[in-house]
Design a protein around this ligand. Structure first.
Ligand code: ATP
Length: 649
């Protein structure tokens, strides 16, 4: 695969102009990416592939991008793959004549059904050869599979999988099976896909109708420095556009139509398309908050313990609610939808507000704990069937009447929020706030928030550095949680990947569990600690029952752990737990954040304690390896600061 400046999008491609992109071309690209780990090289390989697609079959670009991300549509459309391994194994057996036993044994040995599937296809002779797979045909079938629901859907899904599988050649089977299973595992992060797109559209501008030779070889027209600058600028434009309008369905067609520098004109915040929310940084106490915000004006708000709800009012009057992960929760909250017209002030035609929906006791007029809210699970519910009432606590306004407010300071956004809505007790209320720089007052307010069933405070800048930073864990928002002030500063959300048999009082049940964080880049779970405290007897009994059907014979290929922490039973990664810890340390056995803080050692938690199950988070949304490294580093900084102070004293 030649470097970007040597790559010729037509000559180096394995298909011709106006021909559909072969799935083989994409699989080969995946294979190259999987074989290397250097990010720049990965971006160069992918941008070369995108350039060929742009020149030869531009209408396939959107599907190629989705397949690289192992998605079929934006999150709010709720279309997901993730077919169970047994169904995939059956499909492999039925298409190859192998027995289930053989396929299972081989998968255990190789640790990856994708590789096994590839091996089966390579060794198989066919009576007649099915037509080669194309990106278009695979995408269409995957979409059909994802849409199938109901009783008989399993058999139909298996049929469709087989029809693709028999046409697979070389590594196509590996990636097809992995895509179907929901994990591509080639080490390709979304940010790299966006960067590669940015590079591709500069090197091979898509709006070109004809491609003269000098366009196909951009290095001839520009000095490499100017070119590099343009490529970086383009990547940034696309990333910003994606933050504001996180849907490739709009961005990619626009990119094919206009110059990348024009993209911001067309891709901006739009009601009806959920934004990735701004998140907060943990802190360990009021002292740290004061230090970070030094001279900046800031305000404190209650940190409500519920579910984030981004509420969109569209020009046509439609109201949609999205989760923190851009899932469409509109049908989950018919009660909120019904009350919105009552709380909107006149003149508000369209808006996006950031809120927390919190379980509410109507009789006692008080907030109920998060656990109560998690019992309200149904995604599609009639208003009359709702058992857990919620109150909406509004804390930000991101868009109002055709205008984006994210670049305005929080002071202005909050004033507009308050003048655009009315409060109704127990239904829609503004987040309780206090603006003070007096540490005693803040400390009292923190105490008050905990008494009121909140998690603590969110401390936010008001004027300077106070924009809404989409998709960022920003330093402009600091979270202050009472219980954790002495510990890590925040809890971690970890995935349970194994169980250890208990002894004594815990005989016959699991007495401890192996927990892991999630490394987004390598798509793997990395062990971080063994947890054995914080459980009531009831918790342990429940966990024991829950994990029974999720026991797997061998660890998944995407579990990373040290040999000395092998649990008695491995579990499928299905549940996230919130865990508190005393601190983090470098570990010779655990593998969390390996390669980030230390080249070979991971990070582990000391004195981990189970707090609760986080049903609202999927395993991939657990605390990331990057976050673990940040926790570790900030703790080291604090330690150094304290020892510096001691030296000074
Ligand atoms: P946690 O485990 O505490 O939920 P998190 O990673 O999910 O952590 P954080 O960045 O810690 O999210 O905190 C931001 C979350 O706090 C928001 O996603 C929102 O749901 C919630 N929240 C509650 N009250 C507020 C508030 N006043 N302002 C902003 N966010 C708030």
């Amino acid at each position: 695969n030649p470097a970007q400046d040597k790559y010729h999008p037509i000559k180096h491609a394995c298909w011709g102009k106006d021909e559909p992109t072969p799935y083989m071309a994409l699989s080969k690209t995946f294979q190259h990416i999987e074989e290397i780990s250097a990010r720049l090289k990965i971006q160069s390989i992918l941008s070369n592939f995108f350039r060929s697609v742009i020149v030869l079959s531009p209408n396939d670009l959107l599907m190629c991008v989705y397949l690289c991300l192992n998605k079929l549509a934006p999150a709010y459309e709720g279309m997901e793959l993730g077919i169970g391994e047994n169904v995939l194994m059956k499909a492999v057996c039925q298409s190859t004549g192998k027995s289930m036993k053989e396929v299972k044994a081989e998968t255990q040995e190789k640790g990856d059904l994708g590789i096994v599937a590839e091996g089966c296809r390579t060794n198989q002779r066919m009576m007649f050869t099915p037509p080669p797979l194309t990106v278009g045909s695979v995408f269409k079938k995957l979409t059909e599979i994802a849409k199938m629901t109901g009783h008989s859907s399993m058999a139909k899904k298996a049929e469709k999988i087989q029809s693709m599988f028999v046409a697979c050649k070389h590594s196509e089977a590996r990636y097809l099976i992995r895509s179907l299973g929901g994990k591509l595992r080639i080490g390709l992060a979304e940010q790299s896909v966006l960067t590669s797109l940015g590079h591709a559209v500069v090197l091979t501008p898509p709006c070109q109708k004809e491609y003269p030779p000098e366009v196909l070889d951009a290095s001839k027209t520009m000095s490499s420095e100017a070119l590099k600058e343009k490529m970086d600028e383009s990547a940034l434009i696309i990333k910003t556009a994606y933050c504001e309008l996180p849907t490739y369905n709009v961005i990619i067609p626009k990119l094919l139509e206009v110059d990348v520098t024009e993209l911001p004109k067309y891709c901006h915040i739009t009601p009806g398309i959920p934004l990735k929310p701004m998140l907060a940084h943990p802190t360990k106490g009021i002292g740290e908050v004061m230090k970070r915000f030094d001279n900046a004006e800031f305000t404190c708000e209650y940190k409500y313990d519920g579910e984030r709800a981004q509420i969109h009012l569209l020009e046509n009057g439609q109201i949609n609610i999205y989760s923190r992960n851009q899932e469409n929760n509109t049908t989950k909250y018919p009660d909120i939808i019904a009350r919105m017209p009552k709380v909107l002030n006149e003149g508000v035609k369209s808006c996006i507000i950031d809120t927390e929906s919190v379980a509410w006791d109507q009789e006692k007029k008080q907030i109920l704990p998060f656990q109560v809210l998690t019992t309200r699970k149904r995604k599609d519910v009639e208003a009359n069937d709702i058992k857990v009432q919620v109150c909406v606590y509004a804390f930000d306004l991101l868009y109002l009447n055709g205008e984006s407010l994210v670049r305005q300071p929080f002071k202005k956004r909050r004033a507009l929020l308050r003048s655009s809505f009315k409060e109704i007790e127990g239904e829609f209320v503004f987040a309780k706030a206090k603006t003070s720089s007096d540490t005693d007052e803040i400390s009292e307010f923190l105490e008050e928030s905990i008494q009121g069933n909140c998690e603590g405070l969110m401390v936010k800048t008001l004027e300077v550095d106070a924009t809404y930073e989409i998709a960022k864990r920003s330093h402009n928002w600091l979270k202050l949680k009472k219980d954790y002030l002495e510990g890590v500063g925040d809890t971690l959300d970890l995935v349970v990947i194994g169980g250890f048999h208990g002894s004594g009082k815990r005989t016959g049940k699991y007495g401890g569990f192996l927990l892991a964080c999630y490394d987004e880049e390598n798509e793997e779970y990395q062990s971080i600690c063994k947890a054995g405290t914080g459980f009531s007897d009831d918790d342990l009994a429940k966990h024991n029952e829950f994990f029974k059907p999720h026991i797997i014979e061998k660890p998944k290929a995407y579990y990373r752990f040290g040999e000395s922490v092998r649990p008695d039973h491995w579990f499928d990664a299905v549940q996230v737990w919130e865990v508190r810890a005393a601190d983090l340390s470098i570990s010779p056995v655990h593998k969390a954040s390996v390669g980030i803080v230390d080249p070979v050692k991971g990070i582990s938690l000391r004195f981990p304690r189970f707090l609760r199950i986080r049903d609202d988070k999927k395993p991939e949304e657990a605390t990331s390896a990057q976050q673990v490294a940040q926790f570790y580093n900030s703790q080291e900084q604090i330690k150094n600061q304290t020892s510096d102070n001691k030296v000074n004293e």
